[in-house]
Design a protein around this ligand. Structure first.
Ligand SMILES: Cc1cc2nc3c(=O)[nH]c(=O)nc-3n(C[C@H](O)[C@H](O)[C@H](O)COP(=O)(O)O)c2cc1C
Length: 189
């Protein structure tokens, strides 16, 4: 099975990377998979110029995006993947800006060929709020008859005003592992 992991955090091995690692470990229990990782923070991705460009004509990948940068590797990886993982901390109520820049460029690929029939997995680290991004991905996946799964992990304890290391939330790590295993099993049966 082909799995695409889009990492939104700049903190390698941080909360959301760890959730992704546990998710993939769960998948691996059901057999080997071809996993591709993209770390948005390390990529050269120009901003989508929107209506100032529209060379793609928003036609879902037939023309593609004319901007030659690291996104050109993401398009085929998204198209081929059966499972797409978005692992991102909440920053100011949404995904990180580096991941948002990547997503804006997916405007050139908005079609069932790229977004349909997949399992999308949202792995969120947050301190206070995560609703907007869960709602966003639910809407997109519904529109393309894909499935949406979310694991939201609060990495802050308001009682003690303390950031909680991801290792202290074993139930979320276990949830990620179980979800990976479940998706791998269901797609291979
Ligand atoms: C610049 C910045 C903005 C943040 N904004 C939010 C936010 O809007 N809502 C929230 O719940 N947490 C927010 N947080 C907390 C992070 O989402 C949280 O610490 C997350 O678990 C970090 O994950 P990581 O280790 O994968 O980078 C913010 C953190 C930073 C550094």
């Amino acid at each position: 099975m082909k799995v695409l992991v889009l990492h939104g955090s700049a903190r390698k091995g941080g909360d959301t990377d760890t959730l992704a690692e546990r998710f993939l470990a769960g998948m691996a229990e059901e057999g080997p998979h071809e996993v591709r990782h993209f770390y948005a923070i390390d990529m050269t991705i120009a901003h989508c110029r929107g209506a100032a460009c529209m060379a793609c004509e928003g036609d879902g990948g037939t023309r593609g995006c004319v901007v030659e940068d690291d996104m050109q590797a993401v398009y085929p990886a998204l198209r081929e993947a059966q499972v797409v993982v978005l692992a991102t901390p909440m920053f100011w109520g949404y995904m990180t800006s580096q991941l948002k820049t990547l997503f804006d460029r997916l405007e050139a690929a908005v079609s069932p060929a790229y977004f349909g029939g997949k399992d999308f997995v949202l792995l969120i680290g947050y301190r206070h709020y995560h609703g907007s991004i869960v709602e966003w991905l639910n809407r997109i996946t519904r529109a393309f008859q894909s499935r949406c799964h979310s694991i939201v992990c609060q990495t802050y304890d308001p009682q003690t005003d303390r950031d909680v290391p991801i290792g202290e939330t074993p139930e979320r790590l276990e949830e990620a592992f179980a979800l990976g295993r479940r998706i791998a099993a269901s797609r291979s049966s």
